[in-house]
Write a protein that binds this ligand. Sequence first.
Ligand code: IPE
Ligand code: MG
Length: 252
Amino acid sequence: MLYRLYTRILRRQLAGLPMPQHVAIAMDGNRRWAKGAGYDDVRIGHRFGAEHLELFLRWCADAGIKCVTAWVASPSNLRKRDAAQVDYLMNLTETVLADHVRRDHRWRLHVAGQLDLLPDSTARALKEAVEETRDRPDAADLTLAIAYSGRLEVVDAVRAILDEAADGGRSLEEVADALSEEEIGRHLYVPGLPDPELVIRTSGELRMSDFLLWQATRSEIEFCDLYWPAFREIDLLRALRTYGQRKLQRSR
Ligand code: IPE
Ligand code: MG
């Protein structure tokens, strides 16, 4: 009851404030949430976390956010965690995340990351969902960053530029001359998206940890102490309010 009232008040406060076009979210703290909630199997945290993204997307859509990037896992998460956890996470990606975007026509899916690190079935499910959602008119853009590292994204972009140059028979001097921020931007995993003006990281960690290295150089960053499955709509609305107030102040 009070919660609903506070949500309404926050929504009203947002009405006059500048909003980000693109919000990025690092969904951290799923296993700590599971432990805190008394589950012995920390994978339950990942299940709640994956389902929580559906809610988050609804709140974003309601707030008029047209572009969301959600970080699912880094290459080192996939390499270093035990196989049962990684298998479960991949299964959730196929059965919860990819499926949700197929059903929810408000979103067009993109995938960012080293897809060759994923099991075939996961890479396939994501590619199919990307294809299926590509031509949705008026849909907002959702990027799942999976097996994603910001540094490796820049490395992959430079590699793609060099590969294209080699295929086109261009010299290294020509490539060097043409190198620019825009050229690298065009070779990122999902070119053409606006940079995220707001990045949110949950779970109290005060690090960017290689998320959106290139895109987030000018972003506002909101660190939230809650574990991801406990993140509420009011926490998103508060982050948007802080963003809007700071942006307004800067423009004065
Ligand atoms: C983030 O939650 C999701 C992944 C990296 C897969 P964690 O699994 O990192 O949960 P914590 O941070 O250990 O609690
Ligand atoms: Mg973590």
